[in-house]
Design a protein. Structure first.
Length: 141
């Protein structure tokens, strides 16, 4: 029976580590990180509206409301305006040989790394280092 118990223990440990690897990581990130991730999802949902990717991005954007503590009224409006502004940019030919490409993904990545989004974090995320509505504890990566 001890071999059986060892096999069961190994199987249980494998199952638990697989479950941990497949869990949503956003619940362990700070409000600042999740605010920026939500802004990226918002940009992708507009850029790819009507496609499966756009729908997934829109659902993901909504899910971040569960894990991010910020001024939703003002922050959401500010993100929407920033998304609109970045997607209107003319990236028609940043690299020769890509005529006709809109580079919407590149625009969303630029938004994600923008000083304007960093300013929004400072303005609308009351506790940027917290995880949700609690101070962040030690984090393992």
């Amino acid at each position: 029976m001890s071999v059986f118990h060892a096999v069961v223990a190994i199987a249980l440990c494998s199952a638990l580590s697989a479950e941990a690897a497949d869990s949503v990581m956003a619940v362990h990130r700070t409000n600042a990180e999740n605010y920026k991730d939500r802004a990226l999802a918002a940009c992708l949902s507009v850029a790819y509206q009507g496609s499966p990717a756009g729908k997934d991005a829109d659902i993901t954007k909504s899910a971040f409301l569960e894990w991010t503590y910020y001024d939703e009224d003002r922050g959401d409006r500010a993100v929407d305006q920033l998304v609109e502004r970045y997607l209107r940019r003319d990236y028609a030919n940043p690299v020769e040989g890509y005529a006709g490409a809109t580079f919407d993904l590149l625009k969303c990545l630029d938004l994600y790394h923008s000083p304007e989004l960093d300013e929004q974090v400072r303005r609308y995320v009351l506790h940027p280092a917290w995880i949700g509505d609690k101070p962040a504890g030690p984090r393992g990566k």
